[in-house]
Design a protein around this ligand. Structure first.
Ligand code: AMP
Length: 396
């Protein structure tokens, strides 16, 4: 796997695909700088080598039309501040304006190109457009994990014009290493904690990871499809009736493969899907009608904790309760604390894909686990075992 450490960028122009798809408020002020900070180490290494950086990204969904509100010009000063180097901006990402701006770029300087998705060709993976982009750098660096599952011009197609002059930035390299640490060479016991609302959205992940894990903890809304399929009473809890057979099949296959499945034994049930609901603890398979399980109960959390603490490799995807409501956060927090403790004892812990990342950030576990993925969809597809086109294009 080639990374920027395999190149000397002295006198070279690096064309870097970053993920600056950042949230802006009504006054076009950045409300979360995480993605820019995440790209900083790569940019700094290239500048310190004596190279220059041409940054390309998308912002929002302009669908091939230039839109003032989605111009990357709004983030120029924020990027300058975070990187600590003045950032130049050009109002197009291809064509003569871009080429002229690149030709004026000197060592140690940064140029940010306008939103790639102002051109419909970007998302279509258009080869001519990718070729035009490729004229803007000597070495292609992909550091955008968030779009690595898309075969777009700037994330995938452009790579073919760089032969051996292409590599991963630090951020993308770290994402790949972290996924490999779980999926390829995870130290045993390997535990996956899968939560979230539905079995259907996690089924491909479960199928893919059953061969790689020792323990599967199932939590959150997914629980009730399994419990009902096993003959339990789940009251009004969320359930995918048409996935009951699938749930039983997963349990059977897990057993055949020697994977221990841990389902909740008790829950916090509520008489309404609301933070103001009445609540009570019940056995997971004895939930009365009119009540629904919205969080893991204390016995469950003790059980989950024990499994997590004996694990050497941990993957967490999906909250184990409705963590958006304060009264049902306890389970998700407890899982976070257990992972933190296991990590302190030397386990490798990866949090990735969707809402568990939001939960980890909200509850301050970000620095307490080994790695928090920056890519939602890209992470899910990796866990499903798919080869991401953006990664494959560099490896080719
Ligand atoms: P996902 O995007 O599949 O990871 O699902 C995350 C969502 O699942 C979050 O919005 C949670 O509120 C929701 N969730 C977790 N547990 C439950 C539950 N017991 N009942 C309903 N929704 C749940």
């Amino acid at each position: 796997m080639k990374t920027i450490d395999d190149f000397d960028f002295k006198g070279k122009k690096a064309l870097i695909r970053v993920d600056f798809n950042v949230p802006l408020d009504g006054e076009f002020k950045l409300t979360d700088t995480t993605r820019i900070e995440a790209a900083k180490p790569t940019i700094i290494k290239i500048l310190e080598d004596g190279g220059s950086a041409v940054l390309m990204s998308h912002l929002g969904r302009p669908k091939g039309q230039a839109q003032e509100a989605l111009s990357l010009k709004h983030i120029v000063s924020a990027v300058s501040e975070i990187i600590g180097v003045k950032v130049n901006f050009v109002e197009n990402c291809v064509g003569w304006e871009a080429e002229e701006a690149v030709s004026k770029l000197k060592s140690g300087e940064i140029l940010l190109l306008e939103n790639l998705r102002f051109h419909a060709e970007e998302e279509k993976g258009d080869e001519d457009f990718a070729k035009q982009l490729s004229a803007l750098g000597d070495i292609y660096v992909n550091d955008a994990f968030g779009t690595a599952h898309r075969a777009h011009a700037s994330t995938t197609v452009v790579a073919k014009f760089f032969e051996d002059k292409k590599c991963f930035g630090y951020l993308l390299a770290r994402e790949i290493e972290s996924i490999d640490k779980v999926m390829k060479d995870g130290e045993k016991p390997v535990t996956a904690i899968l939560g979230g609302a539905k079995v259907s959205s996690k089924i491909t992940i479960i199928e893919n990871i059953l061969n790689k894990i020792d323990h599967l903890i199932i939590g959150g809304g997914m629980t009730y499809t399994f419990v009902k399929a096993k003959g339990g009473k789940i009251g009004d809890s969320i359930c995918e009736d048409d996935k009951q057979e699938l749930a039983l099949d997963i349990l059977k296959r897990a057993e055949e493969k020697g994977v221990k499945v841990h389902l909740p034994v008790d829950v916090i049930a509520a008489d309404d899907f609301s933070n103001k609901a009445n609540t009570k603890e019940t056995a997971v398979d004895q939930i009365p009608d009119g009540w629904q399980g919205l969080d893991a109960g204390p016995k469950t959390l003790e059980l989950f904790r024990e499994v997590i603490l004996q694990s050497k490799t941990i993957l967490w995807n999906g909250p184990v309760g409705v963590f958006e409501m304060e009264r049902f956060q306890n389970g998700t927090k407890a899982v976070g604390y257990a992972i933190e403790e296991a990590t302190q004892k030397g386990a490798f812990s990866l949090v990735g894909g969707g809402d568990s990342v939001a939960a980890v950030k909200q509850f301050g576990f970000e620095d307490k686990v080994s790695y928090v993925s920056t890519g939602g969809g890209a992470m899910l597809e990796s866990l499903e075992g798919k080869t991401l086109p953006g990664i494959a294009a560099i490896l080719k």
